[in-house]
Design a protein around this ligand. Structure first.
Ligand SMILES: CCCCCCCCCCCC(=O)SCCNC(=O)CCNC(=O)[C@H](O)C(C)(C)COP(=O)(O)OP(=O)(O)OC[C@H]1O[C@@H](n2cnc3c(N)ncnc32)[C@H](O)[C@@H]1OP(=O)(O)O
Length: 230
């Protein structure tokens, strides 16, 4: 199944299809195209280089001017449609523009998650210095964003896709960057439109660093769209 979100407003209603008003549909940039993914990765590398640069002032000024030219070149070819929301065969929502998983979004890690045979969401990840909060540690909000997403995926694959209502976190140990970590999440239970999940970011040996529980609510408008209710 492939669903194209019609507009920013329609992001709250994934059952709605179509193109945004006044748009030309799929852009030449190409949703999920390999070239766009490579561009996004190049920009991630650039951001990392900016965070770590020790370049002298005049070099920074020159590089900034060169980048401004490239930014203007891209901005002139701004896309007029959203990246489509699609579900892989295991029911995991995939969206190339997503802030956590989007291969075409330089802001995204990007997180690559899988559904294990027991329906756990599992993602191997490694943060970078760009994610730093406290010195030498990952920002707590960045960890929260990752956990929000994998918990949301856990309820989605269990059939309870929804928006985050509450997300509760326990920061157990500092989260390092530059080291392999694992994020996992499991669906817990549902009551009507409300579904709960729990998860964690841990060291590869299972030592928990951040633990999370979350409530996800299938918005009334999504349910109405799915059931055809008015
Ligand atoms: C397909 C893509 C998948 C994609 C999945 C991929 C993973 C993505 C994971 C990341 C997801 C996000 O970041 S989502 C972005 C962050 N979250 C948001 O922006 C949500 C903003 N809030 C809302 O839009 C709305 O408040 C909703 C949708 C949460 C609820 O609105 P509603 O549908 O009208 O529901 P409503 O009738 O008010 O409430 C229904 C029941 O839920 C309770 N309830 C309502 N809100 C809350 C709340 N925040 N915390 C606790 N409980 C709440 C009510 O008391 C009621 O309980 P009772 O009386 O029945 O007992």
């Amino acid at each position: 199944m492939t669903i194209e979100l019609a507009s920013a407003e329609n992001a709250e209603n994934p059952g709605s299809t179509g193109s945004a008003e006044g748009t030309t549909g799929a852009s030449a940039a190409g949703e999920g195209s390999a070239a766009l993914d490579l561009l996004a990765q190049q920009v991630r590398d650039l951001v990392d280089a900016v965070v770590l640069t020790g370049a002298p002032q005049d070099e920074i000024v020159e590089i900034t001017a060169e980048l401004a030219v490239l930014t203007d070149r891209l901005r002139a070819l701004r896309r007029t449609s959203r990246h489509p929301l699609a579900f892989d065969p295991e029911g995991v929502p995939r969206h190339a523009g997503n802030a956590v998983t989007g291969s075409a979004n330089p802001y995204a890690l990007p997180l690559v998650s899988q559904v294990t045979p027991d329906r756990t969401i599992r993602a191997e990840l490694s943060f970078r210095q760009v994610h730093e909060g406290p010195p030498t540690s990952v920002h707590g909000g960045v960890s929260a964003m990752i956990l929000d997403h994998v918990l949301g995926q856990a309820v989605a694959v269990a059939g309870g896709a929804g928006m985050t209502g509450t997300l509760t976190l326990r920061y157990v140990r500092r989260v390092p960057y530059g080291e392999p970590l694992v994020a996992t999440a499991e669906y817990v239970r549902s009551e009507g439109r409300k579904s709960w999940a729990e998860g964690r970011i841990a060291l590869p040996d299972g030592t928990p660093l951040v633990e999370a529980t979350g409530l996800f609510i299938t918005p009334r408008v999504w349910k109405e769209e799915m059931t055809g209710a008015q």
